[in-house]
Design a protein around this ligand. Structure first.
Ligand SMILES: Cc1ncc(C[n+]2csc(CCOP(=O)(O)OP(=O)(O)O)c2C)c(N)n1
Length: 282
């Protein structure tokens, strides 16, 4: 039983527990009231995180489809702080095209990807971030594709905030998530987390040995440098805010969204043009 009374469905030792603690800490210490947060997720073990939160708004969507509804919610009510939590499968696989569109569109929401490099909920098939040659229940000969690089893709698309953190460093994780939420525009945070049941390669110890914080003098506004950093993977895996490009969000650019209240606008006062169009098409 979890703090809000829900039965928790994760395996003992799952990286999601550390993420849940970090989110609870963030909510407890945030200057934004809890009921201004909307947590959106897709389907997967990661996507269950919002179920275990107290006092926030929650919208649990379809696998790979968290981002469209999260963006729509923010556009409808700009006063909400919208945060998406879902897995690497959900966001880089099934939801991949939505991710590309969201990064370009730059709606002011935050995406936290629980990247365990595997499909957890459906019992261990390869996800887009599973390493080459890894054998799984479905890829019995080993994965034959190079892994998808979420951060390099994000920098290439000029995503306005791009970061990576690790569940084994709670302070770093909390700071990174807070910075992402404070950022004005679309923010991507890739969180390295172990899947104790289905990923026996990228274990907690495997990540712990490799993650390295970006140096204090790292400049996240240098896009070329960020692209090189984003490609680093292997013996050393950089964590921190890799890239920031402050610029107007979609809500700033679209005149209909300037009062942040699309939901309350009176859209349909004059039906005559629509009736005329229907008559023309009849
Ligand atoms: C459109 C669609 N495709 C596939 C599925 C089946 N499915 C549900 S969760 C999931 C994978 C979950 O993996 P991930 O998003 O990485 O989250 P995790 O469970 O590892 O946290 C899949 C393939 C689905 N529900 N809907």
């Amino acid at each position: 039983m979890w703090k809000n009374g829900m039965d928790i469905a994760w395996c003992p030792g799952c990286g999601n527990f550390a993420l849940l603690d970090a989110v609870n800490h963030l909510l407890e210490t945030s200057e934004i009231p809890r009921n201004h947060f909307l947590y959106v997720s897709g389907i997967g073990q990661a996507a269950k995180l919002p179920h275990y939160l107290k006092g926030v708004n929650v919208l649990n969507g379809l696998h790979g489809r968290a981002l469209p509804v999260a963006q729509a919610a923010k556009i409808a009510n700009g006063d909400l702080t919208v945060v998406v939590h879902s897995g690497d499968g959900c966001n880089y696989g099934e939801g991949g095209n939505h991710l590309l569109a969201a990064m370009r569109r730059n709606v002011d929401i935050t995406l936290i990807v629980h990247d365990n490099q595997i499909y957890g909920l459906t019992k261990g098939q390869a996800s887009p971030t599973t390493s080459m040659s890894t054998t799984t229940v479905a890829q019995t000969l080993g994965v034959m594709l190079e892994p998808f690089s979420p951060l390099a893709t994000a920098v290439a698309l000029d995503c306005s905030f791009v970061a990576r953190t690790f569940v084994g460093d709670p302070e770093h994780m909390a700071t990174t998530m807070r910075a992402a939420i404070r950022h004005h525009g679309f923010a991507l945070v890739d969180v390295l987390q172990q899947c104790v049941t289905f990923n026996k390669v990228n274990t907690f110890g495997w990540y712990k040995q490799r993650v390295q914080k970006l140096p204090d003098d790292y400049d996240p506004t240098d896009r070329q440098a960020a692209f090189s950093k984003a490609l680093e993977w292997g013996d050393h895996i950089p964590i921190g805010v890799l890239y920031v490009h402050e610029r107007p969000s979609y809500g700033d650019l679209h005149p209909a969204l300037h009062d942040k209240r699309a939901l309350w606008q009176n859209w349909t006062t004059d039906m005559a043009p629509y009736d005329a169009l229907l008559d023309e098409l009849a």
